[in-house]
Design a protein around this ligand. Structure first.
Ligand code: CAA
Length: 258
């Protein structure tokens, strides 16, 4: 079904591996479309609670947008590349109602770091290298990088990373808050899956409400406190809320995902 990605289902976790290792998993148009389809299917699948994104091979998570594909683009094609990519993948991931965790297994550059940054949680292996090198090509980050890097690490450090086009190592990314954890390469999937499993103990509908409320803080013209009030209220109408509170009162573990 897919040419550029591999999708695996494990314990209610959907593991999506970007699989173009010879091109360091660069994101061409087809890969973006396949990722969109796979994430949509996982979001609609009641058996899936968490999605993990990673890259094939030891070298690269994703080395960016596919430079070979856009090298001859015009102004309007360039604008369209960013717009389409954001709609289909980067904004789509950020707003996905199921948690998406990026397991960063090597280079996460340009569109690759942008893919990690729009994910809800980031775990890196110690060999990972991260950066937004676009200005070294005469462009700027176009998949949300100018916005999300500053949100995650602060404007000053984001300016430095974008202007210098430099790469940072995993331990610096951890210190800056760009990634949540750093582990050895051979422990990356184990650690990422352990976090996914601890998320799976909890209410999927409440987590979807939490994603919406947290994201609201970063949306222009949206009052996040109002969204939180709305989502909080909605929780009271869910079967998960009935089960969660009942289980607490009966001194047992809730069973949200039957
Ligand atoms: N697009 C297309 N192909 C890429 C690629 C990319 N982003 N990154 C690597 N590749 C390809 C190389 O062209 C090479 O292919 P060939 O064997 O066919 O020549 C193959 O992957 C292996 O790469 P290298 O030989 O360059 O490997 P290396 O170990 O010497 O260097 C690297 C690794 C430092 C990551 C280097 O490949 C590199 O700098 N890649 C580009 C990184 C980059 O600039 N990313 C930003 C892209 S622009 C973007 O993302 C725009 C946006 O925001 C929308």
């Amino acid at each position: 079904m897919y040419k550029n990605i591999v999708v695996e289902e494990k314990n209610k976790i959907n593991i999506i591996t970007i699989n173009r290792p010879k091109q360091l998993n660069a994101l061409n148009k087809d890969t973006i479309e396949e990722l969109h389809t796979a994430i949509k299917l996982a979001e609609d699948n009641l058996n899936i609670g968490v999605i993990i994104l990673t890259g094939a091979g030891e070298k690269s998570f994703v080395a960016g947008a596919d430079i070979k594909e856009f090298a001859d683009f015009t102004i309007s094609q360039g604008g369209n590349l960013a717009k389409k990519g954001q709609e289909l993948l980067f904004t789509y991931i950020e707003n996905c109602s199921k948690p998406i965790i990026a397991a960063i297994n090597g280079f996460a550059l340009g569109g690759g770091l942008e893919l990690a940054m729009c994910s809800h949680i980031r775990i890196a292996s110690s060999n990972a290298r991260m950066g937004l090198p676009e200005v070294s090509l005469g462009v700027i980050p176009g998949y949300g990088g100018t916005q999300r890097l500053a949100q995650l690490v602060g404007r000053g450090k984001a300016n430095e990373m974008v202007f210098t086009a430099g790469m940072i190592k995993a331990d610096e990314a951890l210190r800056l808050g760009l990634v949540n954890h750093v582990v050895e390469y051979n422990e990356l999937m184990e650690k990422t899956e352990a976090i996914a499993l601890s998320i799976l103990n909890n209410s999927g509908s409440a987590i979807a409400s939490a994603i919406k409320s947290i994201n609201a803080n970063y949306k222009e013209g949206v009052n996040g406190y109002n969204i939180e009030v709305e989502e909080f209220g909605k929780c009271f109408g869910t079967s998960d809320f009935k089960e969660g509170t009942k289980a607490f009162l009966e001194k047992r573990k809730p069973n949200f995902r039957k």
